[in-house]
Design a protein around this ligand. Sequence first.
Ligand SMILES: [Zn+2]
Length: 387
Amino acid sequence: MRKFQYYIPTRVLFGKGALNDLHKKGLPGKKALVVTSSGKSVKVNGYLDRVQEQLELAGCEHVLFDKILPNPVLRHVMEGASLAKETGCDFIVGLGGGSSMDAAKAIAVMATNPGDYWDYNAGKTGKGLPLVCDPLPVVEITTTAGTGSEVDPTAVTTKEETNEKCGFMHEKLYPVISVVDPDLMMTVPPALTAYQGFDVLFHAAESVINKYENPMGEMFALKAIEYIARYLPAAVKDGSDSEARAYVALANSMAAFFMLCTSEHSMEHALSAYHQKLPHGAGLIMISLAYHRHFVEAHACDDLYIKMAKAMGKADADKAEDFLDLLLRLQKDCGVDELKMSDYGVDPNNLEKYAANARESMGRLFACDPAPLSDEDVVKIYRQSYR
Ligand SMILES: [Zn+2]
């Protein structure tokens, strides 16, 4: 068995009403920069008010930074970090989906470190320098079940000038406290519920087929796959189904405890780096059947695809193709089997460009695939997925 480390230092407050306990859990500072999206949902649904009330109950001051876009961008990281410094914030609270939570982590880095965030990033134009100082401590409050950012040490951001969308990872970016309260997810619209749920499914599936997977990670991932297959269609059909929402939320965090992505994520990031209106989960859904069919047809890891098919409810699964059938059925059950890249401006004449970007921005994930994937294979998968 391969060596691995188990290290998840985040206190997760999970369950209905968990947000109400936040003020009692020892917040890591006295003044918080609350980082949230430029959209209205956290405000109109009262989540921002509730978070601010929790901070006040804990005796903390707070400053609001509410500019984060669906794909968080470098300039907002730098702007948020300046605000944190100017106002003397000593911890960061991310409130929202993956974008706000990731931006909170990136801002936590730049609130204490000199220079530009990309100095520390390892993307194509990043310098990959080590951090000079520890980031500020981060508290994450998730309002979606999708990215798993609430339990991982990763921040994904985009540098617009160079169309680079990359993840930055640092052990000190594990949130100190995370709130996973399904009550905050009840208002997510059906399409977004589906996109985010499939993001969870692929975090888990990519972990299972990953060359560097370990038994602990596989345990979390298979359970996450089981919960998504069983509960996501119900959460999509009826957003007020609190039991379904809770299991999808749990699957999200479980898939992230040991998230080991493969090149499916590199390929998707290349699409949404150029087409920022494309939701990450939707991009993954679009390429997923062709991507996994490639490895199924190559017999790269039949046993692992069979394990995942069993987790998805087919107890007598005995061939890797069963996973593809179940994946398509789950897409149909969630109403996302007919998504089109062309609706988001993906250009069929640019497939080579996306393939090059996937390799340049997140090339390291290709080394995790269960079998080698050439640039020609990547273009072929994009082409098969295009409509
Ligand atoms: Zn993802």
